[in-house]
Structure formats: structure tokens, C-alpha cells
Design a protein around this ligand. Structure first.
Ligand code: NAG
Length: 316
């Protein structure tokens, strides 16, 4: 019965126009029941579809995240939590990708009580309270994981996080800690920062100058540069961090700087979302209004797609 139902829905999905159906509960039944704890309903095909349609210019991020998640979901007893670190300039899609993960992994999406966001500015604003913050963070994570092992934790703006704070997570990220039983190993941690962006851009520019396809860029071309930048930056939450030293991050996910054609894709997608006609002159005007760097070659958008939504109103 379930097989038949899913067949019918898949047909709808293929025939459907531009939408990636969530198919969540069906996917859930494909995994064992405990994968469905805490309204965790991984829809990885739908995620893949959404990424392919709506995340522009990020072949590496797309591949790495989907592949890693598939591996992680394969077992009910992962050997450690999944830890991803997103790097790249602003406007390249880091936060967007994390929001798609939330949407396709939890039944209630962004309203899920099992997804927790932390930002240095909102949650940990005062450096002098570091000790208290450490205590709080540790208790929150422990409390949240006790409530639900399938929790997800997203740490934004890691480049502004007080160094030292994030290391209270070390016990929760590794394979061997047994504070709260073993279900904490099902958790997902995501760290987001702009740092390493310059390293990534340097490589992307080199490829562009050598007229090589950006899709040829591989993780190994940027990985170690990003890790070095992050661990040696005194302001970054990973400065001298045990998380890096002990290799607790499973995958470094690089986001490449965006070309004008990606910006145009963002504009079209935004017009579509606002139910507006995708007129090419508007698309072009918005794309032209952004700043491209380096100054003489104008290769990459300096703000990615970040300001696209606000600019569209101006050109309508
Ligand atoms: C879970 O984390 C949030 C912060 O996101 C915190 O406010 C809450 O108290 C935590 N829950 C438990 C049970 O500790």
C-alpha cells in the first residue's frame, strides 16, 4: 500500500510545476520508526530537488550536504553527531541552505521546537558574561538533547562568537562521550560564518582566470585554507578551538562567490516568489546594479544575492 501511494505521489511530483513536494511522512516510513523521533521527517529527495532548483552556483555545497546527510541517515546508530561548517561570503546561500535543511528534515520546518538557532549578537552579546554564557549553552544543549536526540543546532555568525564559548560543545560533538546516553549522536550541528570566504574566492577567481569551469572546483582545493584561516583568526569562535584541533567537524562546506548569471537566477526566482512577471529587462537591471569584483574584471558579486529582494522593488 505504502509502495503504491508513494508511486502515485512521485508521479505528481515529476509532473508538478517547479515545486518540490515534501513527501515527508512517506519518507519517514522508509526509515525505521526511531528516525521519526521528534517529528524528524527527512525528505532527502525533496531536499535535493529544492537545492537543485533554488540554490544557485553552489555545486559543492549541494553535493556535500546531500551526500553527508544520506550517509548520516543510513543508520539509526551514528557513531557521532553530524557536524557541518558552512563558509563563504555573505549572500552566497549559507543561511538559505540551512533553512532548506530545516524545512526538509522536520515536519514542522522552521516552527519545529527541535531546531535551535544561536547568534552571538542575540544570545551572547556581552564578552564579560562569557562564563555565564558557557554554562547556559552547555545546559541548553544538554537539555535539548535530552528532550530530543534528533535536535538540530545552528550557530550563526561564528566569526563573531567569543572564542572559547563554543568549546563547551566539544563533549557533545565527539564519538565517545556518554553524559546523556547515546542518543545525542543523532544530533546535527551547523556552524555558519563568512570566514574562509576570501580563500574560496581566491580559488574561484584563479579558476575563472584560467578559463576553467567552476564546477571543477573541489573541496580539497579550498578545505585546508579555510581551516587555517578559521583557527588562526582571533575573533572567530573557532580560534584555537578544540573542535578544529580534534577534527570534530565532519564536513567543511564551501560556498562559492556568485557570477552575474547566478544573480540573474536569484532575481528570477525572487520575482517568481513575489508572483511578478520575470521580465528580462528587470532581471538585467537588478543584476547590473550590484557591485562586482575585482574592480577591473568584475567577476563576482560582492554581496552575492543578498540585496536582490530589496532592489527588485526599486526597478519594478
Ligand atoms: C533548549 O535550548 C533553548 C535555546 O535555544 C533554551 O532556551 C531551552 O531552555 C533549552 N531547553 C532545555 C530543556 O534545556
Amino acid at each position: 500500500m505504502a509502495g503504491r501511494l508513494s508511486l502515485v505521489l512521485s508521479v505528481v511530483w515529476v509532473a508538478g510545476s517547479g515545486l518540490c513536494w515534501q513527501l515527508s511522512s512517506l519518507h519517514c516510513s522508509l526509515y525505521s520508526s526511531s528516525a521519526c523521533d521528534c517529528s524528524f521527517r527527512p525528505g532527502l529527495d525533496a531536499l535535493e530537488c529544492d537545492l537543485a532548483r533554488n540554490l544557485f552556483g553552489q555545486h559543492l555545497a549541494q553535493e556535500l550536504v546531500v551526500k553527508t546527510l544520506r550517509q548520516f541517515m543510513e543508520t539509526d546508530y551514528p557513531s557521532k553527531p553530524l557536524v557541518l561548517s558552512f563558509h563563504g561570503w555573505s549572500g552566497t546561500g549559507k543561511t538559505f541552505l540551512s533553512s532548506l535543511l530545516v524545512k526538509h528534515l522536520y515536519r514542522d520546518g522552521s516552527r519545529s521546537p527541535y531546531v535551535h538557532h544561536f547568534s552571538p549578537v542575540l544570545n551572547f552579546p556581552h564578552a564579560q558574561n562569557l562564563k555565564q554564557y558557557k554554562e547556559n549553552l552547555k545546559q541548553w544543549i544538554q537539555g535539548n538533547l535530552t528532550t530530543c536526540g534528533r535536535s538540530m543546532f545552528v550557530f550563526e555568525e561564528m566569526d563573531k562568537m567569543h572564542p572559547g564559548l563554543i568549546d563547551v560543545l566539544v563533549p557533545f560533538l565527539g564519538p565517545s562521550w556518554v553524559v546523556i546516553g547515546s542518543n545525542y549522536k543523532k544530533a546535527i550541528f551547523i556552524f555558519i560564518s563568512n570566514s574562509g570566504g576570501d580563500d574560496i574566492n581566491r580559488v574561484a577567481l584563479k579558476f575563472w582566470r584560467e578559463r576553467r569551469d567552476r564546477e571543477e572546483i573541489q573541496l580539497r582545493d579550498v578545505e585546508s585554507a579555510i581551516a587555517n584561516t578559521v583557527i588562526s583568526d582571533h575573533e572567530h569562535g573557532f580560534w584555537q578551538s578544540e573542535i578544529i584541533k580534534q577534527n570534530l567537524i565532519d564536513v567543511i562546506v564551501p560556498f562559492l562567490p556568485l557570477r552575474p548569471n547566478h544573480v540573474r537566477q536569484c532575481v528570477r526566482s525572487e520575482l517568481e516568489q513575489q508572483d511578478l512577471a520575470k521580465e528580462e529587462d528587470i532581471v538585467q537591471s537588478v543584476a547590473d546594479s550590484l557591485v562586482y569584483i575585482p574592480e577591473d574584471e568584475k567577476v563576482f558579486s560582492s554581496t552575492g544575492c543578498k540585496t536582490v529582494p530589496s532592489r527588485i522593488n526599486y526597478y519594478l
